[in-house]
Design a protein. Structure first.
Length: 247
């Protein structure tokens, strides 16, 4: 037995009525596809957007910084081989002597390398900051400068030794003959100078980011939050009568 005036089952609302059947006056009107809502109703959470993983972009930025540092290392090697003071040697019979025993050319070569490394660290950090400033930098920039600066320093050291005077002392002594002079090869007495470039780049990048880096907007204060953000009917709190009297 069917209860009269029973509303139809929504699950079977799209089933066609049998021929000759009396239409139900309580049945809801049919809804076409054009009238269906395309956006979720207000108050319902929409599905979060799909965010692409930024790892490939970070890797490209870090690799680019390393490549630029290696190219700067080539220039640094040429400058060091050109500007570093040379150690003069003297051939005396079957001996090779220092022409200036009290000279400080060895220490001077280390000092020139450190000064060039400081300049390279400043330039690479400034360039990396200016290029990546709009996107807010990132850990890839710092890692690229650290790794690239260390590799660039090592490359400049090795290449600078090759570009400088030969390290074959016996061959050079035979070439100039007895009483002749020639220059010794340049080298680093303190290998800690290889860390000057990456350390300088880190300091410069940190200072630039702190002074001119991209800033995120601060959230609004809690008293400026629109009504309804934390619950229905929540609005600004009126000042106390004592406060109004004082104002």
């Amino acid at each position: 037995m069917t209860v009269p005036n029973t509303p139809p089952d929504p699950a079977h609302a799209d089933v066609e009525a049998e021929p000759g059947a009396v239409p139900d006056p309580f049945a809801p009107p049919p809804v076409s596809d054009e009238e269906l809502p395309t956006e979720p109703p207000e108050g319902l959470l929409a599905a979060p957007p799909v965010v692409e993983h930024p790892l490939p972009a970070e890797l490209r930025i870090g690799a680019g910084v390393v490549v630029v540092c290696l190219l700067v290392g080539l220039v640094m090697a040429g400058l060091w081989a050109w500007l570093a003071p040379k150690v003069p040697l003297l051939v005396d019979g079957d001996r090779i002597l220092y022409a200036d025993p009290e000279g400080e050319q060895r220490a001077g070569a280390d000092g020139v390398f450190v000064l060039i490394a400081l300049g390279a660290g400043f330039l690479t950090a400034l360039g990396a900051f200016l290029v990546t400033r709009k996107r807010g930098g990132g850990i890839a920039v710092a890692l690229g400068l650290a790794v690239g600066g260390l590799l660039g320093s090592i490359g400049a050291w090795r290449l600078g030794r090759w570009l400088g005077p030969s390290d074959n002392l016996i061959g050079e002594a035979r070439r100039v003959g007895n009483g002749g002079h020639f220059d010794a090869s340049i080298d680093l007495g303190a290998l800690g100078a290889l860390l000057v470039w990456p350390m300088a780049a880190m300091v410069v990048l940190l200072a630039l980011s702190a002074a001119f880096g991209k800033r995120e907007e601060d959230p609004p204060p809690y008293w400026g939050t629109p009504a309804g953000s934390y619950g229905a009917g929540v609005g600004p709190v009126d000042a106390a009568p004592e406060d109004r009297a004082q104002s």
